[in-house]
Design a protein. Sequence first.
Length: 178
Amino acid sequence: MWQDLPGRESVTAARMESEIRIAAPHEAELVSAILSEAAGWLEARGIPLWSPEQVSLAAVSPEVRSGLYFLAWSEGVPVGTLRLTTSDPAFWPEVLPGEALYLHRLAVRRAAAGGQVSFELLRWAAQRATTFGARYLRLDCETFRSTLRGVYERFGFQLHSERVVGRAVVARYQLPLS
């Protein structure tokens, strides 16, 4: 799916230069470790996001092999990850195919936390979506996650709508791309 897009890209931030690239199949363990660290940190604060099963090596490996996960590196150290898909039928069933890329599971190592890596990953995902020819970069999060929603809004995402999915109410955001 991503073979027609460049696999290696560098993004320069004001204080840090990092490389963001597709995660290789042998890097599934790194992806799982970053996601698990973020999930554990949130769980310890009483705001769980992903279950251990959802971010386990067994769950993540097939998606890494399919080219859906990307890793951010700083000075040779993996500092963050995200997943991009070309559709999201569970959360965005009514939209036109091909008009957006969908961002999922953005996570940053605690040692690199503080917003810079997250914004760098969001900038990169928006550039990737533009290269893909998408009109939007879309994502969702539970409506009660005001801090996370604030991050997305400060970046420029606009609230599209809210949707009930199972037992959760999610806020659906999109970033218009030029």
